[in-house]
Design a protein around this ligand. Structure first.
Ligand code: CTP
Length: 409
């Protein structure tokens, strides 16, 4: 039995990046031998085991053949005869297809090291097509390593295009896709993920609503970059630069979907795009079974981002409605995330990246004013039920009027 470190751990060590989890491949062993050594099997007929002490993944060297469509359609062939080279050739990228023994001797039959130096994300072999999720993985790696100068090799992009056109991407489970999307959004340059997906035609399949934004103009006075797709990418980039959480990044990606529905005769204006976009945001949320907090924020940002930008001009009653819609009393964090998304939207415009966003503090101040209304005195006055609700609302409105007056002096 020979054991090698493989995949990301080898790649990241050679790149001088921190290695978080280590995957191992075991050559020349059987399932029975692994079990006898105390390894715990991961699944019933999946040749992957967890180390009894470290909990790291050990996979028997295997070849993979595809027997059907989608991820469910895999059969695995693992046996002691499968060589290291046979295992490595079925992996996604050359930079992920290197192995290392305990002396740090590198096995690199598909020239991963050369591609690391050339900063190229290149598929190992036609076996790449066995798992369509790799289209998303490559786009994610492109986002992660963009700052180091990595790009996707033209022949790999071509293969990704063929996979995207083949209908295979539709067979991916929402869970697998979301895992890649969410990890990619958390990279330093998440916009590269979207760009690569677009370049190979996968964006049109996965998120046609986002793809449709490219080529849609906006008024140059507000949006010097003009193109809505370019704007969306800049907003996402701003969100990463400002280290925003996943919820905000997801909302940034989807905030302007409604602009893709504007009839051409109305361009470059997008009347009521906030409201029109909601059904599209909902569809994308559902397609990937997106976590609830991300879903909610994307819908709220979609509906109210223009309110955020106009915060200083809003009537106290509109301001109150906005705060109520966010349930700022019980969900203060969510309102902060809304403010952040609005700010990223404002900064994601060409030449306006550094412009200050006074709306943010104004909205925070408004929330504080509304929250400062005490309920106890109203209870003492005898208000209850719906009347109490109305009384609280009146008091909050008063507080917001006062706030607006002070803020404008
Ligand atoms: N792999 C693959 N195809 C996939 C998933 C994984 O070929 N669809 C292979 C790659 O060789 C990869 C290794 O399995 O390097 C381990 O996969 P994983 O842990 O998902 O990724 P890492 O490469 O370790 O990258 P990350 O840093 O993103 O975890």
């Amino acid at each position: 039995m020979r054991i090698y470190k493989v995949g990301g751990a080898v790649r990241d060590r050679l790149l001088g990046k921190p290695v978080t989890d280590i995957d191992w491949v075991v050559v020349g062993a059987t399932t029975e031998e692994m079990l006898a050594k105390g390894f715990r099997p991961v699944g019933a007929d999946f040749p992957v085991f967890l180390h009894p002490k470290s909990g790291e993944e050990y996979a028997l060297a295997r070849t993979e053949r595809k027997s059907g469509r989608g991820y469910g359609g895999f059969t695995f062939h693992a046996s002691p005869e499968v060589t290291l080279e046979e295992d490595l050739i079925r992996r996604d990228l050359t930079i992920n297809a290197m192995a290392e023994d305990d002396q740090q001797n590198l096995t690199d039959p598909y020239h991963g090291q050369r591609d690391l130096e050339a900063r190229l994300l290149r598929h190992v072999s036609p076996a790449f097509a066995e798992d369509p999720l790799r289209v998303l993985r490559v786009a994610r790696f492109a986002a992660r390593y963009a700052a180091l100068g990595f790009t996707v090799a033209p022949e790999t992009l071509e293969l990704m295009r063929q996979l995207s056109e083949s209908g295979e991407l539709e067979a991916l489970t929402p869970e697998r896709s979301w895992k890649e999307i969410s990890r990619a959004l958390m990279e330093d340059q998440p916009q590269v993920f979207v760009e690569v997906l677009r370049a190979c035609g996968a964006l049109k399949v996965l998120m046609p609503e986002v793809d449709a934004l490219f080529g849609v103009p906006q008024p140059p006075a507000h949006h010097p970059e003009i193109d809505t797709g370019a704007h969306t990418l800049s907003v996402l980039q701003q969100a990463a630069t400002h280290k925003q959480p996943l919820t905000v990044r997801w909302a940034c990606l989807l905030h302007d979907l409604g602009k893709g529905l504007t009839p051409e005769e109305e361009w470059p204006r997008h009347i009521a795009h906030e409201f029109k976009g909601l059904k599209l945001i909902k569809a994308v949320n559902e397609r990937f079974k997106v976590p609830r907090d991300c879903q909610e924020l994307a819908l709220l940002v979609g509906e109210y981002h223009t309110h955020g930008h106009r915060a200083l001009e809003l009537k106290p009653s509109t301001l109150l409605e906005l705060l109520q819609s966010f349930d700022i009393y019980r969900r203060p964090q969510r309102f902060e995330e809304f403010i952040a998304a609005c700010e990223m939207d404002a900064r994601g415009r060409e030449g306006l990246e550094e412009r200050s966003y006074p709306q943010a503090d104004y909205l925070r101040g408004a929330a504080t004013a509304a929250r400062s209304v005490a309920v106890q005195p109203l209870l003492e006055k005898g208000f209850k039920g719906p009347e109490l609700g109305e009384a609280i609302k009146r008091e909050r409105l008063k507080a917001l009027k006062a706030y607006k007056e002070t803020a404008s002096t």
